[in-house]
Design a protein around this ligand. Structure first.
Ligand SMILES: NC(=O)c1ccc[n+]([C@@H]2O[C@H](COP(=O)([O-])OP(=O)(O)OC[C@H]3O[C@@H](n4cnc5c(N)ncnc54)[C@H](OP(=O)(O)O)[C@@H]3O)[C@@H](O)[C@H]2O)c1
Length: 256
């Protein structure tokens, strides 16, 4: 079933991980996709080659999500290339772990610039180009509602996103546009490979491996595959979610 036939999507953070899986899923269901990425042109070009080889219409555009002007240019490129905008999947994000005493104002600004401010302006620019039926899906994290050592900046940057979608739903509802967020749990991407072990309480460090921790902490006892998380974005971007807005979908395999 081609739920996105004739639809045009922008996916930020689309070169790798969850965003790349979202781009694949939306393209596989018929969307023309514009992939935004920060600097990994090799990964973006490889994904683009896959999508176009499968007959999808797609372009990749370097655009720093921390810079609203570049996000604006990304969205304008999608409209110029494909004539309209129906879906924004905002997946670009960066991790941060450090103890309170080490956090600097520069760390705060860097993390919030991408994870929070970047997503607000992506939503603003996308909404300006969408008509009735537009779908905006931002990215939170299971971290927004968990207490984890050293994770304050990242978790707070994502908790703000959940409040943003709740409040923006009122305004965007006036235009017939929905806005929701996905809160993924641990998902097997480069980000998780680098940081997932930091979720363990310091007293468990060296005593428990990540798989052992997942075994007790997650009902389904494993990380998600990016394609499993992408299914949630596709749902929220589709007509199946026409009556859902302002909410955050927890997609975490059952995390305690
Ligand atoms: N993986 C998890 O366990 C997990 C759990 C909960 C939430 N999340 C969230 O899900 C989203 C995707 O995470 P992931 O695991 O797929 O991350 P990832 O593997 O690190 O990939 C990050 C993607 O975001 C792009 N990106 C990063 N900073 C950017 C910037 N300033 N401007 C534009 N693009 C930027 C990267 O582009 P380049 O390739 O060019 O670097 C890449 O495409 C993030 O918002 C993350 O916070 C992830």
């Amino acid at each position: 079933m081609a739920r996105f036939e004739g639809k045009v999507a922008v996916v930020t953070g689309g070169s790798r991980g969850i965003g790349a899986a979202v781009a694949r899923r939306l393209a596989a269901e018929g969307a023309a996709v514009t992939i935004g990425y920060r600097g990994n042109k090799t990964a973006a070009d490889a994904l683009l080659a896959d999508l176009t080889a499968d007959g999808s219409r797609a372009v990749a555009v370097q655009a720093d999500a921390a810079d609203p002007d570049q996000t604006w240019a990304l969205i304008e490129r999608a409209v110029a290339e494909f004539g309209r905008l129906d879906v924004l999947a905002s997946c670009a994000g960066i991790e941060h772990f450090d103890a309170l005493e080490n956090i600097t104002p520069a760390d705060f600004d860097r993390v919030f610039a991408v994870n929070t401010r970047g997503q607000l302006f992506a939503a603003q620019h996308a909404a300006a180009r969408m008509r009735e039926g537009g779908r905006i899906v931002l990215t939170s994290s299971v971290s927004a509602s968990m207490a984890v050592f050293g994770h304050t900046l990242y978790a707070a940057s994502k908790a703000a996103v959940e409040s943003m979608v709740l409040n923006l739903s009122a305004e965007l509802g006036q235009k017939g546009i929905t806005i929701n967020a996905i809160a993924p749990g641990g998902t097997a991407t480069d980000m998780a490979a680098e940081h997932a072990a930091s979720y363990l309480h310091p007293e468990l460090s060296g005593k428990m491996s990540l798989p052992e921790w997942l075994n007790v902490q997650v009902a389904l006892k494993r990380l998600a595959e990016p394609s499993e998380v992408a299914a949630g974005y596709a749902f929220l971007a589709s007509d199946d979610a026409a009556y859902m807005t302002g909410r955050t979908l927890q997609l975490d395999g059952g995390m305690f």
